[in-house]
Write a protein that binds this ligand. Structure first.
Ligand SMILES: Cc1ncc(COP(=O)(O)O)c(C=O)c1O
Length: 360
């Protein structure tokens, strides 16, 4: 069986260190906002080249908290792409704001900046681009569009840990950046986890306080916040795993290059990734998905779909986007097929995956 993702294998080299760290947390009774949390936040801020990093319970909370601390008027508009994970839209709605969808670019996974320009109006307060599959949105282009307008950029970096935009790291480019550290991400914990980065001291203070029930001092609660702290045990795992991230991202890139070069079948359409991508997923488009699924099953190769529905097609979200259509996002949802891109796939695995695809 070729696994889609093999976390145990990825972490084999650091397994002993992780167990020792966890034991340390238990022995010291250091479970909530313990030493490893601060250490991990510092390491993550350093990775992103950002001034501050504040950990929290998961990526969905990271996005929701980033929006909540802005104290925007109810129903202020937040622009998000029509293809992303449900959490991006849920965060906007749960923060009492209005999600406005923009289609993605054709044969890319990221928001169409030209269409985005047309959706900006005097109610737009936030633009929330998503670096989907690890492919980085050109935030500099968005900055040019919103120049001098009272609009913030909060990017959803859940699939882009360590990615680049030019020479800058994702996590240091926007006003606030939000990351999921869900187990399957390029950097993932052993359970739910998330982190937020910013260069803005005021945002840092508010977020740090908000994720701890609005408290920076025991029994003093200055915001109606969330209980959304990163467990010290998860930080004890992440502090070791972050050391492998750059190396594993490089391996993902090499695998992507191999696929780009060797997948050759006119029934398969490849997606274009940005230069600084970290290839969280390698997604191809096919018309006859059922046949490819059967072929992968027969060859014992795991696969995935990211994502089978665009945001406007998700059951609980349909009512917000009545009669709107987003042809590129819907096309991606219909045809997307994710092939394994685990950094530890070997040459034999890759050869078999490519051979299977080329015979499809
Ligand atoms: C693009 C995107 N946004 C948000 C999330 C939500 O993160 P979490 O599952 O940690 O809440 C995820 C991950 O699942 C994601 O991929």
């Amino acid at each position: 069986m070729i696994k889609f993702l093999d976390i145990k294998k990825q972490d084999k080299r650091i397994n002993k260190k992780i167990n020792k760290n966890i034991e340390n947390v238990i022995n010291r009774n250091n479970f909530i906002l313990g030493d490893f949390v601060k250490k991990f936040e510092l390491a993550f801020a350093r990775l992103c080249n950002s001034k501050y990093a504040i950990s929290c319970a998961n990526g969905t909370d990271a996005l929701t908290i980033a929006l909540k601390i802005l104290d925007l008027p109810k129903n202020s508009e937040v622009i998000i792409p029509a293809m992303t994970y449900c959490s991006t839209a849920f965060a906007v709605i749960n923060a009492g704001l209005k999600p406005v969808l923009v289609d993605i670019e054709p044969l890319k996974s990221t928001i169409c900046i030209k269409s985005l320009k047309n959706k900006i109006n005097n109610k737009t307060r936030v633009i929330m681009p998503v670096h989907l599959y690890g492919s980085v949105v050109d935030i500099n282009e968005i900055k040019k569009i919103i120049k001098r307008k009272n609009i913030l950029i909060i990017d959803d970096c859940s699939q882009a840990h360590g990615a680049f935009l030019g020479k800058k790291r994702v996590g240091s480019i926007s006003d606030i950046s939000c990351f999921s550290l869900y187990p399957g991400k390029n950097l993932g914990a052993y359970g739910d986890a998330g982190i937020i980065t910013t260069n803005n001291l005021n945002f840092y203070k508010k977020i740090n306080n908000f994720r701890n029930l609005g408290s920076s001092k025991k029994f003093i609660h200055t915001q109606v916040g969330f209980n959304s702290r990163l467990d010290t045990i998860q930080a004890a795992v992440l502090i070791e795993k972050i050391k492998l991230l750059k190396q594993y991202n490089l391996k993902r890139k090499k695998i992507a290059e191999y696929y780009d070069k060797n997948i050759s079948n006119n029934k398969i359409i490849k997606i274009k990734y940005s230069n600084g991508s970290v290839y969280h997923q390698y997604v191809i488009l096919v018309n006859n998905k059922k046949r490819l699924i059967n072929l992968f099953k027969k060859n014992k190769i795991q696969y995935g779909f990211h994502y089978p529905k665009s945001i406007n097609q998700i059951d609980s979200l349909k009512k917000f986007f009545k009669s709107q259509t987003f042809s590129n996002a819907e096309n991606l949802a219909k045809k997307c097929f994710s092939i394994p891109i685990d950094p530890n796939l070997n040459k034999k695995n890759l050869f078999k995956i490519v051979k299977t695809l080329n015979l499809f």
